[in-house]
Design a protein around this ligand. Sequence first.
Ligand code: SAM
Length: 450
Amino acid sequence: MPNFPVAFGQQMQSILGEDYHAFIRSLDSDAPVSIRHNQFKFNPFKDGNPVPWCKEALYLPSRPEFSKDPFWHAGCYYVQESASMFIGNIVQQLITEIENPIVLDSCAAPGGKSTHLSSVLHENGLLVSNEVIKTRAHILQENCTKWGLNNVVITNNDPSHFSKVKSFFDILVVDAPCSGEGLFRKQPESVSEWSESAVEFCSNRQKRILEDLWPSLKPGGFLVYSTCTYNKPENEDNLRWLSKQYDVGSVEIKIEPEWNIDFKKQANLSTFRFYPHKTNSEGLFVTVVQKLEQSDYKNFTHLKNPYFHKINKEDFARLQEIIKSENIFLKQQPNGMVNLLPESFYEEIEFLATRLKVIYCGTPIAEVKGKDIIPMQGAANSIYLNQENFNQSDLDLDKAQKFLARQDFDCDAEIGINLVTFNSVPLGWIKKMPNRINNYFPQEWRLRNN
Ligand code: SAM
């Protein structure tokens, strides 16, 4: 067990009372390993105990070497801490009453919750997934591309920039940067970063984030606020601050008693806590409130100068072969890249592009270069890929890992562009030449230490 600061022990004793010793003991046990399957792709896991609050998720008996598994690179599953999957469950409950929901995941990298929310929203909703730190925004982009749905817009903005999109989102998810007490078992190094002043710093930063983002939530919309920490300054105190500052109401979220989530209703507001001695997970705090204030702010929009261009008929006919979607909606960027967009949210996407730093949207499926149409990685990972329309080369494990590591390998393939697959699951593209293979797997994504 890591050596905890005395102040942390005292704090946990005052929160947990009698349960304190069970909590401390649980930190000596192994952290569970859980994955969430992508229900639109092949499922490589058949055995494992279910995660009670997420129907696509399993606890695995041991930790496989995920980074060498081609199915992981293909977006068939995401390795995610089980408590975090509760956010997807909550959003699933909230959207039952909302037509065409637009959700902001405001602190989104590396993308555990965003990939989940993208599946929850599927063809009914739009997810705006934001990450302020540029390098982390690229990891988020990689994970969302691999996941393969086309309902995500990724932005790389500071929370304060969202003042430009007032009353826009139906649901605002704030999975706030925090002092990480709930991860002490999984990441013991975070213990040495903990201090009372770090907690205070995090709490103030969380208030700032909430204050910046609040105007972007529609009247009647929902805030889902979470941290992976237990202390009150970052959780209840912020909730209290929020309800003094703004007009907020409570929201009913259904949970089952056997899930063992610690549920409290204080001053009409609900809080949920996951503790490792009660749920098979790390620590998490969640609360959900509704925005009651009214606003007569009217959003947008007439598309005067759209960012995306129409595609000419000839190119469209050829591009259409890549994708099997019934409602195929393709638009071209000024640089020639073609994106598969969710048609019902096209205006919203154009609007966002005028206000925020959009770095990714829909699925980039191809590049038009003169007469050539070059399929992109996003097409290989897309759940809408028309796989039968391509020459395919199925690789064994060793060759699949070499492909993912961008190392040399040989394979049977037709001359020209081929989709490479592993057990028929698409991994990416190669161009077979008479005497070599060009590997189009993105350099920045390559499997290292193969
Ligand atoms: N939601 C993510 C997931 O499920 O994979 C985890 C998010 S993590 C708890 C918090 C994120 O907030 C980090 O990606 C971090 O870079 C970002 N962050 C850090 N400082 C921030 C700030 N001042 N405003 C907004 N986000 C910030």
